[in-house]
Design a protein around this ligand. Structure first.
Ligand code: GLU
Length: 373
């Protein structure tokens, strides 16, 4: 089982607040950090890319700002994060510099992993950083992330990042060593689950109780993360961050729970298109185009009957047949305005109408997920 870590090309590691910040004092766990930095350097030296998603900004900042114990108001948490993020980034930068590694700070919001254009920017920045040999350290951009548009927990942020950069392994380091059939703190009959091949309703039911006081992610958010990561084609493991050092311990077969990748990367990308993106428009196609789509072909402008909504090139749109039934979702190659102008038009005439040579397809088949009937 440990082979899933050693054979991965790109490993995303999420470090929870409870691992990085001492619960009693609110201080950074420096010893842990330097042991983990050595662990990361070892994995990098083997040729694997590593991306870190680190919590701890709020936990560090609340101490500096002397905010009271207990739950913070959203704006207090955001203020604490703004203060703590500086210390957090610096700690990572220093710890990894000791091994000759350069750290890049990347702050993301939920929208950055959803909206196609921002998604593409974040994805290419991260890929470029990896190609240059840097170690991206990601956190949520807490300052701008209000209640409705925030992840609120870095488990799901890490899972989205995993899908975004097509990483094949996600490690969630927390204060629990994996998934149990019930909360082991309250139920002595709780069974440890070492491997989850598919996230069944039974697995969801096990995720009932939260495990930590400091971070915001309980087991339920970890299962949500597992669903995102495994559907994106990555294996995910939940392990105890207190293992010294954690990646080496996981490789050595330490107690942990593995969730197995559910898809190939190509299938995963289609699921991402159909599931994670908010459609910003809809197009209606004729019967000929609907038949072509069902055979796995691309959607050409000639088959488009009407276009609704406001969207840009690269956005996700819903594709409906003439009866109004949703047949697919896909990333459209034209803005709403241009799509309207070339609806019903043969691909050869696009350039004459738009004044530029766009794509032959309105939605390429690689960018389209069919609705299964
Ligand atoms: N972004 C938060 C922080 O850095 C952590 C969110 C979480 O607990 O997962 O403090």
């Amino acid at each position: 089982m440990s082979g899933k870590l050693t054979s991965a090309r790109t490993i995303v590691v999420k470090i929870g607040s409870s691992t990085l910040v001492d619960a009693a004092t609110g201080a950074l766990a420096r010893e842990w950090l330097s042991a983990f930095a050595a662990d990361v350097a070892r994995v990098k030296a083997r040729g694997q890319d590593v991306v870190l998603v680190s919590s701890g900004a709020i936990a560090l900042g609340r101490r500096t700002m002397k905010l009271s114990a207990g739950a913070l108001k959203l704006e207090e948490a955001q203020a604490a994060a703004a203060v703590g993020q500086i210390a957090l980034a610096r700690a990572w930068s220093e710890a990894l510099a000791a091994h000759g590694l350069t750290v890049a700070q990347v702050l993301l919001t939920l929208g950055d992993t959803e909206a196609r254009r921002r998604y593409l920017n974040a994805r290419s920045t991260l890929k470029t950083l990896l190609a240059l040999g840097a170690v991206p350290v990601i956190n949520e951009n807490d300052t701008v992330a209000t209640a409705e548009i925030r992840f609120g927990d870095n488990d799901r942020l890490a899972a989205r990042v995993t899908g975004m950069i097509e990483a094949d392994c996600l490690v969630l380091l927390s204060d629990i060593d994996g998934l149990y059939s019930a909360n082991p703190r309250h139920d002595p009959s709780a069974r440890f689950i070492p491997e989850v091949a598919a996230i069944s309703p039974e697995i969801d039911a096990m995720a009932g109780a939260a495990g930590s006081d400091m971070g915001s992610g309980g087991m339920a958010t970890k299962i949500m993360a597992a669903r995102i990561a495994t559907e994106a084609g990555a294996n995910m493991v939940i392990a105890n961050g207190a293992l010294r050092p954690p990646l080496q311990a996981i490789e050595g077969g330490a107690k942990c729970t593995w969730f197995l990748a559910a898809a190939t990367p190509a299938a995963a990308r289609k699921r991402w298109i159909s599931g994670a993106l908010k459609p910003s428009g809809q197009i209606t196609i004729d019967a000929g185009a609907a038949a072509a789509l069902a055979q796995g072909k691309s959607l050409l402008p000639a088959g488009v009957v009407s276009v609704e909504g406001l969207f840009e090139r690269g956005d996700c749109v819903v594709v409906k047949d003439s009866t109004g039934r949703e047949v697919a979702r896909g990333l459209i190659a034209y803005s709403a305005e241009d799509a309207r102008r070339i609806a019903r038009v043969k691909s050869g005439e696009i350039e004459a109408i738009l004044g530029y040579r766009g794509r032959t397809e309105m939605i390429h088949r690689d960018d389209m997920a069919l609705v299964r009937t």
